[in-house]
Every structure is written in C-alpha cells, then in structure tokens.
Design a protein around this ligand. Structure first.
Ligand code: C2E
Ligand code: CA
Ligand code: CA
Length: 410
C-alpha cells in the first residue's frame, strides 16, 4: 500500500517551461514540497523535445521564453491534443495574462492557474495542492476544510453537490411540464449551501465543467427514473458562459444523455452572460453543435445586464426566461409589468416559448397569464426540492382536482 502511494506520488510531475533560473528554482522547490517531481526547460524547442518523453502531469509555462513564447507551447499542446493542465505565469501584467489564458482555453487547454510575477507563493501552493488532489484524491476523512477550493473539488467528486428540482408549470393547462435543476451543496453537517456560495468559487478555479457534468449526470439519472414512471417532463440545466468556450462540452453532454438513455429533446440548457464570452465564434460553435444534437437552448435572466435582447437573434433559442427580479415586483413596479409584457410579446413574435421565474403570488400569476407567458416557475408552486420530495410534491398535486396553484409550498 505504501509502495502504491509512493508510486502515485512520483507520477505528479511538473514541467517548468521558463527561462529565468531564479523562478525555475523557486517553482521546483515549491512543487517538491507538494509532492511533485520537477523538470525544466527554457525554450520552446527544448519543451517540444522533452514533452512526449516526460509526459508531465502539470505544466508551468512562462509567456516569455528563450527564443520564443508561451503561445507556441499552447499551439503545440493543442496540435498534439495534450490534456496536461497548464499554469500560466508572466511578468507582462494582468491584461496579457488573461488574454493568453483565454487563448489557451480557446485552443482546448485546461488552465490550472494564472500567476503574475513575482509569484504569489501561498496562492501558487494552493493551486499545486488542488491539482495534486485531482490526480490522486485523498481519502474522504483527510479532505480537510482549510482549502475551500479543495473542499469544493472533493464535494464534486463525492457527489455532495446535487440538483434540487423546481417545477415549471404550463400557465394555461396547469400541468407540470418541466423542472429546473438547481445546484445545492449538501454539507456533511446537514446544512445545504446555495449556488451563490459556491458557483463563483467554481468559476474562478476551473471547476465549472466538472460541477456541471456531475449535476447533469445526477439530474439525468432522476429524469430517466421519472420517465420510466411515465412522467414526461423537460429538464433544464444551467450552464455558465465559460463552458461555451470549452471544446468538448457538447460531446460530453451527448455522451451523458446517451449513458442515461434520455433523448436530447428532453434537455434544455439555460445560458446567460453572453457578454462575458471572449470568443463569440467558439461559443456560437458550441451552441450550434448543441442544437444540432437536438438539445434546446434557453436564454436565462432576460432583461438583466447579463442577458440582452441582441442575443435573441444570435442564439438558436427555443425559449426565453424572464428573470426573477421583474416577476417578484410585478405588483409594485409598473416598469416591471411593461418589461414582462414586452418580453412575452417579443418572444412570441420570434416563435419562442416564454418562461417566468419567481412566480411568488397569485396576483403575479394572474398577470403572467394575462400577458400570455407560457410557463411559470416560483415559490407559489414550489421551492426547489430534493428529488424524492419533488416526486412526493408531484404525486400530491396530480390528484383529480388539480388546480393551477395547488401544491403551494410554505
Ligand atoms: P437562476 O438560473 O436564475 O435560477 C432561479 C433562481 O431563482 C433560483 O435560485 C431559484 O431558487 C430562485 N427562485 C425561483 N422562484 C423563486 C421565487 O418565487 N422567489 C424567489 N425569491 N426566488 C425564486 P438559486 O437556486 O439560489 O440559484 C441562483 C442562481 O445560481 C441561478 O439563477 C443560476 O444562475 C445559478 N445556478 C444554480 N445552479 C447552477 C448550476 O448548476 N450551474 C450554473 N452555472 N449556475 C447555477
Ligand atoms: Ca436558470
Ligand atoms: Ca434568473
């Protein structure tokens, strides 16, 4: 067992592609302290020569190299389809760093971290620890709480991040026509954390793909079980803008659907924040590929700064979602009523289904029906619920005298 552990430890291997000897020495020392083996090379040529042979588990790449630059390293990695995560380091400043990281992601690489010089040592150690954990997960009882990124990583691996389901109601028929899966973090002590407490951390640390795929996997497993009981519901899942720039996201979605035997037509992916996308061409490619595999797209949070009308003509959408904030204050704000009515009319003109979230009282419900909103979602019907409770709620609701507001949660 001890032997196995040592062997696994020795597989953590960082290749430092850097031409400043001082930085190489410091990085190698820090990496060793985290259980890595460290090698280095100062040029692009040297890197190309040793990469295939060394097969490192992690790369640190300086943007300025002897006789070349880090971008050539990225291009090479993309060409040979290498999946080795890359930590980018540079003395050029934040702007250059973030656009190189963006370029690396566009080339399909995994960016494990971005560091300016001089190196922020504690943050760098955290990054090394996080990626070491990815290669060789610690037993559950050793997953300590001191590093929040590591805790989140473990939580994703152990399935502590799970989907809660909030029903979507057809406002004309009163039928439950779908569910939105919303991420919740079930803490070992029983507390349930909301997305606002962990999604930003996941976004900042490259964990969104794993988080989303884990959630999608669990949600589809439930969906398949519901389908086998004869329930015909659409399943909506949120995806962050960054995922649209991830080359193999559509393939992963397809593979997950296939694994669960759920038709792509049942899945709706909710997208927002197109403005945050730095490579619109790549994002459009992802959206188009998703559409081609019959997955539906929904423009989430419509009307907020994160989601604007211009997207309506760019994205191949099936539906729009009016954001909670307009629906929650329908009773008090005349502007919100105008906005909701206009979004509903515009969406219909464009042939799109329109969903309102945040339906919290009967007055809002009446207004939404009046202006022709197709589907409603909100606390009036139910809060987001764990899968079992959702099924109980659904069964209690589907009695013979089922009404639009029946099953109101307290
Ligand atoms: P969202 O996609 O706009 O989801 C709707 C939010 O409104 C949910 O908050 C839901 O619980 C809340 N909501 C629904 N009806 C009502 C209502 O009647 N009253 C009030 N006050 N709130 C209502 P939640 O679950 O806290 O999620 C917040 C946001 O976190 C989501 O907003 C979404 O942007 C993000 N999120 C959640 N799960 C995921 C995920 O798996 N991936 C990604 N990328 N983002 C997620
Ligand atoms: Ca949503
Ligand atoms: Ca929203």
């Amino acid at each position: 067992m001890e032997h196995e552990t040592r062997q696994a430890m020795s597989e953590r291997h960082i290749l430092v592609v850097e031409d400043e000897p001082g930085v190489v020495g410091m990085v190698a020392r820090l990496a060793r302290s985290c259980g890595y083996r460290a090698s280095s090379t100062a040029s692009v040529e040297g890197f190309i020569k040793v990469f295939e042979h060394l097969r490192p588990s992690l790369l640190l790449v300086d943007l300025k190299l002897a006789g070349g630059d880090g971008v050539e390293v990225f291009s090479f990695l993309a060409r040979v389809n290498a999946r080795t995560p890359v930590i980018i380091i540079s003395g050029f400043g934040d702007q250059v760093l973030s656009s190189s990281a963006h370029l690396a992601r566009c080339l399909g690489l995994t960016v494990a971290g971005i560091f300016s010089k001089p190196l922020d040592v504690p943050a760098f150690l955290t990054t090394l620890d996080t990626w070491a954990e990815r290669e060789m997960p610690l037993p559950a009882d050793q997953a300590t709480s001191e590093n929040p990124v590591r805790r989140l990583r473990h939580a994703i691996d152990r399935g502590e991040l799970m989907p809660y389901f909030q029903p979507q109601i057809d406002l004309e028929s009163g039928q439950v026509v779908g569910v939105e899966a919303l991420a919740r973090w079930q803490q070992p002590d029983g507390r349930v954390e909301l997305p606002s407490e962990f999604i930003p951390l996941a976004e900042e640390n490259g964990l969104m793909l794993d988080l989303t795929m884990s959630l999608l996997d669990q949600a589809l497993e439930r969906h398949r079980a519901w389908r086998s009981e004869g329930l015909d519901l659409s399943l909506s899942v949120n995806i962050s803008a960054g995922l649209l720039e991830c080359r193999d996201f559509p393939d992963q979605v397809d593979a997950t659907l296939a694994r669960h035997g759920v038709p792509a037509e049942c899945l709706v992916l909710e997208v927002t924040e197109q403005s945050a996308i730095r490579d619109p061409v790549r994002a459009m490619e992802t959206l188009t590929r998703l559409c081609l595999s019959q997955v539906s797209l929904s423009l989430d949070d419509l009307g907020t700064a994160h989601s604007c009308l211009a997207e309506l003509r760019r994205i191949p959408l099936r539906e729009t979602k009016i954001d909670t904030r307009f629906v929650l204050d329908l009773a008090d704000a005349a502007q919100s009523r105008v906005i909701v009515k206009a979004i509903a009319a515009l969406s219909h003109e464009l042939g799109l289904r329109v969903v309102a979230e945040g339906v919290a009282d009967v007055a809002a419900l009446e207004y939404l029906r009046q202006v022709g909103v197709d589907v409603g979602q909100g606390y009036l019907f139910s809060r987001p619920l764990p899968a079992d409770e959702f099924l109980t709620w659904l069964r209690a609701r589907s009695g013979p005298q089922s009404k639009l507001t029946e099953g109101i949660s307290t």
